[in-house]
Design a protein around this ligand. Structure first.
Ligand code: 5GP
Length: 207
């Protein structure tokens, strides 16, 4: 039995190329999970195999900027020349239904969420080594050399921000990393500040 019935907002962040997307997919393969993925919106073009509405909502810059104006994002950021954002509608509804909402975003966006919703769980994914990260960015094979260089420079500027997060998870092996995140989510539900309200009600015989 879980005392905290509201789902958690779980922010998976970290430098580009660290494997956030792969870990997120592995998380959803864990049997009997209660996760729901917040599909982001972006102005970047789809990569081969990416599906609109599943990997991202792919929109034009005009459409993205229209949504910024109407306050339609929990957070958004411009990352190497393209917009990325987390649509607000949906997240709160899913958490009320008891779902753990998994958001996978880069570090500027995570900082905005920290300011707006500090009760979210912030997880920073790190590579097993600097070399491993650079090799991943080079060998991903989907971006131009210019984009790769920009992503490497960005990753190098972002790694010190880890101290602002609640947890640091090393992506040494994708299923290990996903298991660690699963363990974090379970432990977070048992935190006193999330559970005590319901516990007192139970002990007072009010529920
Ligand atoms: P990619 O182009 O490789 O799919 O994503 C580039 C970066 O944007 C990644 O670090 C990814 O985690 C991040 N990202 C994806 N969706 C969002 C979002 O909704 N908001 C923010 N701030 N970053 C995002």
């Amino acid at each position: 039995m879980k005392l905290n019935e509201r789902g958690l907002l779980v922010i998976i962040s970290g430098p580009s190329g660290v494997g956030k997307g792969t870990i997120r997919k592995a998380l959803f393969e864990i049997p009997d999970n209660n996760f729901c993925y917040s599909v982001s919106m972006t102005t970047r073009k789809p990569r081969e195999g990416e599906i609109d509405g599943q990997d991202y909502f792919f929109v034009s810059r005009e459409e993205f900027e229209r949504r910024i104006k109407i306050n339609g994002f929990l957070e958004y950021a411009e990352f190497v020349g393209e917009y990325y954002g987390t649509p607000l509608d949906y997240i709160d509804r899913k958490m009320s239904e008891g779902k753990e909402v998994i958001v996978e975003i880069e570090v500027q966006g995570a900082q905005q969420v920290q300011e707006r919703l500090p009760e979210a769980v912030f997880i920073f994914i790190v590579p097993p080594s600097r070399k491993a990260l650079i090799e991943r960015l080079i060998h991903r094979g989907t971006d131009s050399q210019e984009k790769i260089d920009k992503r490497i420079a960005k990753a190098e500027s972002e790694y010190p921000i880890a101290y602002k997060y609640d947890y640091i998870v090393v992506n040494d092996e994708v299923h290990n990393a996903a298991d660690r995140i699963y363990a974090i989510i379970r432990a977070e539900h048992a935190k006193t500040e999330r559970s005590i309200h319901k516990y007192y009600k139970l002990m007072e015989g009010k529920e």
